[in-house]
Design a protein around this ligand. Structure first.
Ligand code: GTP
Ligand code: MG
Length: 441
């Protein structure tokens, strides 16, 4: 399947819809216009209303056609977009008519954007921004994806790469002229300082609390506490459905039950966990182990105190955590400990305040880093490796290991920056990124 294939796909949502957009990209586009459009090849980048037929002359639809000749198109190739009536038969007829033509086939997931990437229209982080924008459910995700799509991440990575390239040039001069001993010391010191300041910038980016990834993938919240405190009942209230099993038997929940919600304009994953207690039961003990892990990994914990059997939270309570005093319906006047939020999963009392505490936490967290440059684990992994290479370069300088080694470490760091933006792309990374797109994008 070479780039010479012309690809086509439905680019709009599933039928029926008012309008369906069928997208075509590749060298056969002018020929396709000649064969299928009564208008012939439309004037570039102008929508024309035309009768559209298959090659046997049978009418597909009356619709708008827009032709964008290479290289000024999304993919950099000749492209044609057809705006048809969005019925399943119209779409099927259009795609059949297109794929019946020589050199035309259906596109694979993400293939239009992959072609755009290969034509240099987008770099890899920008292409990821396209995918994120399509999937964005919250305004926070949308804003982050738009920033990424318009080069907000690549700008930083490219700046770092350019700075490193400049440093490498300086170091290479020292490798090439090793005898200029006096020059070495003088020229080397600014290099070391610049490596250090770059390290500080990369460290700051890595130390962003994972906000970009949280905005994209969701914040993690764990409901923890002793058995029977009402953790699952609280989850069900928050989820507004019976997501977890509730019984009066202590030790009901074993697995971590997660529910995805949008609160405070952000995606949050709320995890109900097994009640924390010492137990001989092998299954329950595994549940407790998982509960502890979920609590440790969460951005925020909701500690549930049982009003029927109040005791302090068994696990560590961090500053941002929320403590709730559940079954408040059973105790009047309320005896909630200081700082604990009285709630009743039974009556729903206090649940709105719990929800707004969670919303407040996530929206504040999301705003705590203005423009995170890491939005995926892929970025974090490469940047971490880039930082390690920078450290190695600095240490090689400090230990007088020779400029060849420093140069090698700088080259490694450059490679990590380049692979984030896809300048050097390992094929499997590209495959992994683009295969997650929808067809037609
Ligand atoms: N009166 C009253 N009963 C409640 C409240 N919340 C939960 N319960 C009851 O408490 C019992 C335990 O509730 P669960 O939600 O299963 O408690 P849990 O903390 O998930 O328990 P484990 O999964 O065993 O750790 C059930 O009988 C619930 O109906 C509440 O606010 N008021
Ligand atoms: Mg439970």
């Amino acid at each position: 399947m070479g780039a010479q294939d012309t690809i086509c796909a439905l680019a709009s949502g599933p039928p029926p819809s008012a309008i369906a957009v069928v997208r075509v990209s590749g060298p056969a586009v002018p020929d396709i216009c000649g064969r299928l459009l009564a208008s012939g090849v439309p004037e570039p980048r102008r929508a024309v209303l035309t009768r559209i037929t298959d090659s046997g002359g049978a009418e597909i639809d009356h619709g708008l056609a827009c032709f964008s000749p290479a290289p000024h198109s999304y993919t950099g190739e000749h492209t044609l977009e057809l705006y048809l009536h969005g019925g399943p038969a119209v779409i099927a007829h259009a795609l059949d008519a297109l794929t019946a033509l020589p050199g035309v086939r259906l596109a694979e997931a993400g293939e239009f954007t992959r072609r755009a990437f290969e034509a240099g229209k987008l770099d890899l982080t920008e292409a990821e921004g396209v995918a994120d924008l399509i999937e964005a459910e919250t305004l926070g995700q949308k804003a982050q994806a738009l920033r990424q799509l318009s080069g907000g991440l690549s700008d930083t990575y490219n700046e770092w790469r350019d700075e490193l390239t400049g440093l490498l040039a300086l170091v290479e001069v020292m490798v090439d002229f090793p005898d200029e001993g006096d020059v070495d010391a003088g020229a080397a010191s600014p290099v070391r300082g610049r490596i250090e300041s770059l390290m500080a910038e990369v460290e700051a980016a890595l130390g962003d609390g994972g906000i970009g990834e949280r905005i994209r993938d969701g914040f993690r919240i764990a409901i923890v506490g002793p058995p029977n405190a009402g953790k699952s009942s609280i989850l069900n209230r928050l989820a507004r459905r019976e997501a977890a099993i509730v019984t009066d038997i202590a030790g009901t929940t074993r697995d971590v039950v997660e529910v995805r919600l949008v609160l405070g304009g952000q995606v949050v994953w709320i995890a109900d966990t097994a009640g924390l207690r010492e137990t001989e039961d092998v299954v329950e003990a595994e549940g407790v182990r998982r509960a502890k892990r979920a609590a440790a990994e969460a951005d925020l914990r909701i500690h549930v105190i049982d009003a029927e059997d109040p005791s302090p939270p068994p696990g560590p309570v961090l500053a941002q955590d929320i403590v709730v005093f559940n079954k408040a319906d059973l105790r009047f006047p309320l005896l909630a400990p200081d700082g604990a939020l009285p709630v009743s999963a039974k009556t729903g009392e206090g649940l709105d305040r719990l929800e707004s505490s969670i919303s407040g936490f996530v929206s504040q967290r999301a705003a705590s880093v203005e423009a995170p440059v890491i939005t995926r684990a892929r970025h974090r992994e490469k940047l971490t490796r880039g930082l390690a290479a920078l450290k190695a370069a600095r240490d090689a300088m400090d230990q007088d290991l020779g400029f060849e080694l420093v140069a090698e470490d700088l080259r490694l760091a450059i490679r990590e920056m380049q692979s984030i933006v896809g300048e050097i792309g390992v094929e499997d990374v590209l495959g992994a990124v683009f295969s997650r797109f929808c067809i037609g994008k």
